[in-house]
Design a protein. Structure first.
Length: 654
C-alpha cells in the first residue's frame, strides 16, 4: 500500500490523512496447472472491499485477467486500485480503522485467497457531527388578491436522544404566537393572522445548532418474547392503521418468511431492511398508497418504503412508526466539505423501530442490512408518526412538517433546509501503552510474544504492524480486556526474516481516548544445528562400514551428505535421508579402499524448515587397515602364475 503526494511512498504503518490518495497494491504468483495447445491456462479475478469504522463499504473494486494462455508455468500478476478517501454523497469519511479485504480467485484451480489489512485514516470526521441549520418555510401568493392565513403551524426540530441533540434554537425571524405539542410529542411553532400580499411571498425560517451522535447500535440479542409486555402507550405501534395494513395475509406471510428460523428482534428488523431496500423500485412520481399496494406493485417513494417496513414489523408484533424530516441531505452532491453551506428541498420519510435493549432506533428502509443499526447521520428528524391524525388548536390535521389554513386564493407552500456540517472535536483523554514483557530475540519460525496493558481499563482491539528486515509488512489484531493484552505472532520461517524487525502497536482512538502508538524492535535469528555421528575408529579393507547418527533438529526426510576422503585425493560421496527423530544410517562396502587414514565428513545444508536453521557439519577420522589375507594371497597368486607358466612351457617342448 502506498500513498501519493507527487511521488509514491510506502506507508510506514498504514496510517494516512483524510484526502490523501492511497494505492492498494496486489501481487499474486500463480502456477499454471492446466495446459491446452502447449500453453498454460490462467484466469484470475480480484474483488476488493474497504469497510469504514462502522462496517459500511466505502470502496468496491473488481478486476480480472480473463482467460489467458501463456507459455510460462508460473506468472506474477500485479494490480492496484486508487482511492482518495473524501466525503461523497452517503459515504462520509470518519477517522479510525478501515478494513481492507482483498479476495483473489483462481478460476482454473478453484483456489481462493482472502487477505485482510487495516488502514487507519486520520483527520476525518469524528462521531460527533455539528449541523448548523436554517429551516425555511416559503408561502407564495400566485394571485393578485390578498390571502389571509389565520393559523400556521411549523414543526420544530427537537432533541431525539441519544442521536439527535438540539444545542441551540429554534431562533425564528418571525416571532411565533406560541408553541404547541401534539399527542406524539411533536412540537410546532404556531403563527396567527398572517397576510400574503398579491403576488407576495412570506418566508419564515428558524436557525438551529444540532449535534448528531454517530452511533451503531449493537445487537442486544433480545427475542420476540421480550415484546410480550409492552406498555399501553406502545400498543398503537403494533396495530394496523390506514396505509399500514399489517393484518393483511400478504404482509403477514412475507413477515413470517423474513423471520423464518430467526427469533432475535435485531436480526429480524435487519432482514426487513434488506428486503425493503431490494424489493421496491423507487419511482419519481408520487403515489397516495400504503404498504399493501407497495407490496403488490413493488414500487413507490420513500413513504411507501417506510409504510411497508412498518407493516412488516408490526405483523410480527415489533413496534414501528414512520418518521419524517430531511433525509439524504447530501444527495446529488459530488463532494461534501466542512464549513460550506448546502441546500436541500425534498422532504423525506423513514422509520423508527423499537428493539428491546436498544429502544427506538432509526432505520432507513431504502438501505439494506449493511447500514442497519447505524444512525442515518445525513437525516434531520422533524416529526414522528408521520401521517397519523392529530388535533392542533381545534383543527384536525395529519402529522407532517407544517399545516396552515387560508382565506382567499390557495397559496403555494414549500420548505428548504440550508445546512452546514463540521466535526466536533472529541473530548479525548490521553492513553498510553505499557509493555511488561516481550522477547527481544525470536527465532525465524518462532513466536513473538508481547504482553502489556493500556493506561485505562477499557475493552477494545489494538492494531499491530510488523515490518520485516526486507520491508515486508504484516498486520495483526490483538484484543484487550480491561486494558490488558497478550499477543503471540508467528514469525515466518524464511531467510528474509533474519535481522531487525520493527513493531508498532496502535490504538486508533475511540472510547474517549486519543490515538496512541508504541514502537518496539526485535531480532529474528536462525537456529543452530548439529550432527551427532557414530563411526568405528577403524575398519579392515573389504568389510562393511556402518555410519549412523542423528540430526539436531530431529527433522525427518532431510538429506545428509556423507563424504569419505581417502589417500591420494580419493573422494566418495553418498547421501542419507533422516527418519523420525532425525536419525540416519549408511552402510558402505570398503572393498578396494586403500589402507590408511580416511576422513568422514558429514554435512547438512540447513535453511528454511519449521525454523530457519544454520547448516552444520562434523568430521571423524577412520583408519582403514590392510586385510591380512591379502598378504597370504599374493605369494599364492605368484606361485599359481609360475606353475601356469611352467605347464605352458612343457606343453610346447612336447
Amino acid at each position: 500500500m502506498v500513498y501519493s503526494d507527487w511521488s509514491y511512498v510506502p506507508l510506514e504503518d498504514n496510517t494516512i490523512d483524510y484526502g490523501n490518495i492511497v494505492y492498494i497494491y496486489s501481487e499474486v504468483e500463480v502456477r499454471g496447472l492446466v495446459r491446452e495447445g502447449g500453453k498454460y491456462l490462467y484466469n484470475i479475478s480480484w474483488r476488493l472491499k474497504v469497510y469504514d469504522p462502522y462496517n459500511v463499504s466505502v470502496l468496491s473494486g473488481t478486476s480480472s485477467t480473463g482467460l489467458k494462455r501463456e507459455e510460462a508455468d508460473t506468472i506474477v500478476w500485479k494490480i492496484y486500485w486508487k482511492w482518495r478517501p473524501k466525503h461523497v454523497a452517503s459515504l462520509w469519511i470518519f477517522s479510525g480503522e478501515y478494513r481492507v479485504v482483498l479476495e483473489v480467485y483462481d478460476w482454473i484451480s478453484g483456489h481462493r485467497v482472502i487477505n485482510t489489512t487495516i488502514l487507519i485514516i486520520r483527520n476525518g470526521l469524528t462521531p460527533r457531527l455539528e449541523y448548523r441549520l436554517r429551516n425555511e418555510l416559503i408561502l407564495e401568493n400566485p394571485s393578485g388578491k390578498e390571502v389571509k392565513i389565520p393559523q400556521l403551524s411549523m414543526a420544530v426540530i427537537r432533541t431525539i436522544k441519544p442521536f439527535q441533540i438540539v444545542t441551540s434554537g429554534p431562533s425564528f425571524n418571525v416571532e411565533p404566537t406560541c408553541y404547541v405539542t401534539d399527542e406524539y410529542g411533536n412540537v410546532y411553532a404556531l403563527f396567527k393572522d398572517l397576510v400574503l400580499k398579491p403576488y407576495g411571498k412570506l418566508v419564515i425560517y428558524s436557525n438551529y445548532t444540532v449535534k448528531i451522535n454517530v452511533i451503531r447500535y449493537v445487537n442486544p440479542n433480545t427475542v420476540l418474547s421480550d415484546l410480550m409486555d409492552l406498555p399501553e402507550n406502545m400498543t398503537s405501534f403494533i396495530e394496523p392503521e390506514k396505509y399500514i395494513e399489517s393484518n393483511s395475509s400478504e404482509i403477514i406471510n412475507e413477515a413470517l418468511r423474513l423471520k423464518e428460523g430467526v427469533n432475535n428482534v435485531y436480526d429480524i428488523c435487519c432482514n426487513i431492511a434488506e428486503f425493503t431496500s431490494t424489493y421496491i423500485e423507487y419511482i419519481d412520481k408520487p403515489v397516495d398508497a400504503g404498504a399493501l399496494w407497495t407490496y403488490l406493485n413493488r414500487k413507490g417513494q420513500c413513504i411507501q418504503f417506510s409504510r411497508l417496513y412498518v407493516a412488516l414489523a408490526r405483523a410480527l408484533g415489533i413496534p414501528a412508526q414512520v418518521v419524517s424530516g430531511y433525509g439524504f441531505i447530501d444527495s446529488g452532491l459530488k463532494a461534501v466539505e466542512e464549513g460550506v453551506w448546502y441546500k436541500v428541498s425534498s422532504f423525506h420519510a423513514w422509520v423508527m423501530v423499537y428493539i428491546p435493549g436498544c429502544g427506538w432506533i432509526p432505520v432507513e428502509p431504502q438501505r439494506g442490512s449493511e447500514f442497519f443499526g447505524l444512525i442515518p447521520y445525513t437525516h434531520i428528524l422533524l416529526v414522528r408518526n408521520t401521517g397519523r391524525p392529530i388535533q392542533l388548536c381545534g383543527r384536525k390535521w395529519l402529522v407532517t412538517a407544517f399545516h396552515y389554513e387560508y382565506v382567499g386564493p390557495e397559496p403555494k407552500a414549500y420548505m428548504n433546509l440550508y445546512w452546514m456540517v463540521r466535526s466536533l472535536p472529541e473530548e479525548l483523554k490521553n492513553l498510553s501503552i505499557d509493555i511488561s514483557y516481550y522477547n527481544e530475540t525470536v527465532y525465524a519460525g518462532g513466536k513473538l510474544v508481547i504482553e502489556g496493558h493500556l493506561s485505562a481499563p477499557i475493552n477494545g482491539t489494538l492494531n499491530i504492524v510488523l515490518r520485516s528486515p526486507v520491508n515486508n509488512v504484516y498486520f495483526h489484531e490483538c484484543t484487550f480486556i480491561n486494558g490488558y493484552f497478550r499477543l503471540a505472532v508467528n514469525i515466518p520461517a524464511k531467510t528474509t526474516s533474519l535481522g531487525t524487525w520493527l513493531v508498532k502497536l496502535i490504538w486508533p482512538g475511540g472510547l474517549g481516548y486519543t490515538y496512541t502508538e508504541k514502537s518496539l524492535s526485535f531480532e529474528a535469528l536462525s537456529k543452530s544445528s548439529s550432527i551427532h555421528l557414530t563411526v568405528p575408529k577403524e575398519v579392515t579393507a573389504g568389510d562393511k562400514l556402518s555410519i549412523s547418527g542423528y540430526l539436531i533438529p530431529g527433522l525427518a526426510n532431510e538429506t545428509v551428505v556423507i563424504k569419505l576422503l581417502g589417500p591420494k585425493d580419493i573422494i566418495i560421496v553418498r547421501n542419507a535421508t533422516t527418519g523420525i527423530g532425525g536419525e540416519f544410517t549408511l552402510e558402505i562396502s570398503t572393498e578396494g579402499f586403500i589402507p590408511g587414514e580416511w576422513r568422514i565428513h558429514v554435512e547438512w545444508s540447513g535453511g528454511e524448515r519449521d525454523y530457519v536453521y544454520d547448516g552444520c557439519s562434523v568430521e571423524y577420522m577412520l583408519i582403514v587397515k590392510e586385510n591380512p589375507l591379502y598378504k597370504l594371497l599374493l605369494p599364492l597368486v605368484a606361485l599359481i602364475v609360475v606353475i601356469i607358466v611352467i605347464v605352458a612351457v612343457l606343453k610346447k617342448l612336447r
